[in-house]
Write a protein that binds this ligand. Structure first.
Ligand code: NAD
Length: 251
């Protein structure tokens, strides 16, 4: 069975949604966990308590992924506490809306700093430790928006498309160091990020484009993330795992 005993997984944005489900699944499978939160300490405390209830350790740190110094500190404190870091899941992200003619620098910078630059910051800080360890696993969370675009969310789609390019680049760059780099591209997932859209006026249109007829649960994205980090996926590198209920085929 998949087993992460003795391993340490850092999941950014692990305080809720896909990140929280992923952190808890890694813990169920034996890993010790590090999560960060930006503002909502209470949410993160609940995830920490759940993980400790599973008999695993959980480091919870405040870190804004948009800031390089915060990302460096997050990696450093994880290594200081656990002495290693095996898995980095770059999950933190935001989804905002703007027509292209309204795409101000503020809107653009805010999203790209979190969704894209934050992933560079965490990976840059984690890789030197993983190289010393001679092993590591990095997983980025893209989106179907990366593959088929998303009207009124072009900056989001572009940030996620860039993560696919980053996955491909780093998988080749880091293969000699026994660091695998992969990506999960979810379709619609029912989390705080998307819940309003999934119950709003466009809900039936959204669902009609998903062959399985519903949005995923956060747990249904956590499973594929954990699989990619496991030895069962030991020969998978530089891949994009689509988890979208068949939506790309229909889109
Ligand atoms: P969510 O809003 O529930 O969770 C996002 C997490 O990221 C939160 O914990 C939040 O605190 C954290 N975060 C955001 N900005 C941050 C910052 N500056 N610093 C630190 N943490 C920050 O959303 P989710 O659905 O769980 O999304 C997780 C990932 O999955 C995101 O990258 C998102 O783009 C991606 N995704 C989601 C969907 C969906 O339909 N929900 C679809 C495709 C991809």
């Amino acid at each position: 069975m998949i087993n992460f005993n003795g391993k340490v997984a850092l999941i950014t944005g692990g305080s809720r949604g896909i990140g929280a489900a992923t952190a808890k699944l890694f813990a169920r499978l034996g890993a010790d966990i590090a999560i960060n939160y930006r503002a909502n300490k209470d949410e993160a405390e609940k995830v920490k308590a759940d993980i400790e209830g599973l008999g695993r350790q959980c480091l919870m740190s405040k870190a804004d992924i948009a800031k390089r110094s915060n990302c460096e500190n997050l990696i450093k404190t994880t290594i200081e506490k656990f002495g290693r870091m095996d898995i980095l899941v770059n999950n933190a992200g935001i989804w905002t809306e703007a027509a292209i003619e309204n795409m101000t620098d503020d809107i653009l910078d805010c999203l790209l700093d979190i969704n894209l630059k934050g992933c560079f910051y965490t990976a840059s800080a984690a890789v030197p430790f993983m190289k010393k360890q001679k092993s590591g696993n990095i997983i980025f969370i893209a989106s179907t928006a990366a593959q088929r675009g998303e009207a009124f969310h072009s900056h989001y789609a572009a940030s996620k498309g860039a993560l696919i390019a980053l996955t491909k680049s780093l998988s080749t760059e880091l293969a000699d160091d026994n660091i695998r780099v992969n990506c999960v591209a979810p379709g619609w997932v029912d989390t705080d990020m998307s819940h309003e859209a999934l119950i709003g006026p466009d809900a039936s249109k959204i669902l009609s484009l998903i062959p399985l007829g519903r949005a995923a649960t956060a747990e249904e994205i956590a499973g594929p993330i954990v699989f990619l980090a496991s030895d069962w996926a030991g020969f998978i590198d530089g891949e994009v795992l689509n988890v979208n209920g068949g939506a790309v085929l229909a889109g």
